[in-house]
Design a protein around this ligand. Structure first.
Ligand code: HSE
Length: 437
């Protein structure tokens, strides 16, 4: 057997530690699969967690990233720095040094992947990123390789565990967003600064990558429409229940005759659909493709060992390909680099979907008629309309409307007109609704 492959790791925190642990704990199984051992010989870390369940005896520790990235003995670099500035610099430097890179950094790939893959291609090295999308769930491999025979029509996924946990808790306990977010922070599911998760940015990074490997298009993070879960109220969650839906934060990318839809936002999903049953911090991705039909992938989207599972799988893949001709390796974005196509990404006004609309109006003759007239003038077909009973302490009623599919720009016009009506209280709440997901 060949000598073990030497790996250098940038960042030995939770995920890095998990990776070293898995490599050591499953060393024999891994080398039986890879054809040779895989060992971390160098690590860059500032502080080491004292209670780590792995041995650092064989690992040379340093505080200088370049000690690892420029070390000629190392063949594969694991990049776990986070962020996009130093991570980009180190990744490009590792590539320039002829090293393969394994990364869990979704922001890095979504924003700089086109540049990084071009550099890797030119140098004949691989940049592997399974852990960047949905942590431990092998969704990149499933789509890029498992579905290689298929033309993919759409992907819909619950790809941010923190948002899914918050929405699940809000529904199960009837709690409000702010309280559940605080609980998620105590449990370690949400960061102290939760912006990336609750504003949809993390999901948009992942969706950018999924869309590229599904449709063979360049990575285009700046074109993703992004809405997070911060405006979801327990009232809407309760109405969703009554109407037979769940509200999920969904990443959705769809091939249409006019271009590609690329959007992340809260979404009504019918209770009977499998995605609606994915609860807590779990991730799930549904893919519709022409030969296979619908397929669903489910698993842990975060955590030390699940993420390490994907990183180590990438290390095994890279190790197996060390001796293959670079031209015969699995292309980074599933399609050969010269076969990527520049399909237009549709602006959100041009997407087509159904809607849940909630408004509060004074209980006066003719107000509801005016609202339905506006829908009709904008060619929006109403599927269901419910007026909630007026309570004795209030002079206004909530009206909930479910529409058929319509172009988003028509809905924008209708909402603008409704918000000018006398008798409307506050703003119109609008949540997109997907029946197929
Ligand atoms: N914070 C992410 C989530 C995991 O909640 O799904 C890492 O992307």
């Amino acid at each position: 057997m060949l000598a073990p492959v030497k790996v250098g790791i940038l960042g030995l925190g939770t995920v890095g530690g998990g990776t070293v642990h898995v490599l050591q704990h499953n060393a024999e199984e891994i080398s039986r699969r890879a054809g040779r051992g895989i060992v971390v010989t160098h690590a860059c870390a500032k502080v080491l967690n004292k209670n780590h369940p792995y041995s650092t005896d064989q690992i040379l520790l340093t505080e200088q990233l370049t000690d690892v990235v420029n070390n000629p003995e190392i063949e594969i670099i694991i990049e776990l720095l986070g962020g996009t500035t130093i991570a980009r610099e180190m990744t490009l430097q590792a590539i320039a040094n002829g090293k393969h890179v394994v990364t869990a950094n979704k922001a890095l790939i979504a924003k700089h992947g086109n540049e990084i893959f071009a550099a890797a291609q030119a140098k004949g090295v691989t940049v592997a990123f399974e852990a960047a999308v949905c942590g431990g769930m092998p969704i990149i491999k499933a789509i890029r390789e498992g579905l290689a025979a298929n033309k993919i029509d759409w992907i819909a996924g619950i790809i941010n565990g923190t948002s899914n946990f918050i929405l699940t808790e809000m529904r199960e306990k009837g709690s409000n967003f702010v309280d559940v977010l605080a609980e998620a922070q105590v449990l370690g599911y949400a960061e102290r600064d939760p912006t990336f998760d609750i504003e949809g940015i993390d999901a948009a990074h992942k969706l950018t990558i999924l869309a590229s490997i599904a449709f063979g298009i360049p990575l285009q993070f700046d074109k993703v429409y992004m809405e997070g879960i911060t405006k979801i109220t327990s009232e809407d969650i309760q109405y969703a229940e009554e109407l037979g839906y769940k509200i999920k934060h969904l990443g959705l990318t769809k091939r249409t005759k006019n271009g590609i839809e690329l959007r992340v936002h809260p979404t009504f999903i019918p209770n009977k659909r499998l995605l609606s049953k994915v609860e807590g911090v779990m991730n799930a991705v549904m893919v519709e493709s022409d030969a296979l039909g619908q397929s669903l992938y489910y698993g842990a989207g975060a955590g030390a060992l699940p993420t390490a599972s994907s990183i180590v799988a990438d290390l095994v893949d890279v190790t197996r390909t060390l001796t293959t001709d670079p031209g015969n390796r699995v292309p980074h974005l599933a399609f050969q680099p010269n076969a990527l196509v520049d399909l237009p990404i549709l602006p959100i006004e041009e997407i087509e979907t159904s809607y849940y609309i909630r408004l509060s109006v004074l209980d006066k003759l003719g107000v509801l008629a005016k609202v339905t007239n506006i829908f009709s003038e904008n060619s929006i077909s109403i599927e269901a309309i419910i007026q909630k009973e007026i309570s004795s302490s209030s002079d206004h009623v909530s009206v909930v409307i479910i529409t058929h599919q319509v172009l988003e720009k028509r809905m924008i016009q209708a909402i603008q007109a409704i918000e000018k009506l006398q008798g409307l209280i506050g703003h119109v709440t609008r949540i997109r609704l997907e029946r197929c997901a």
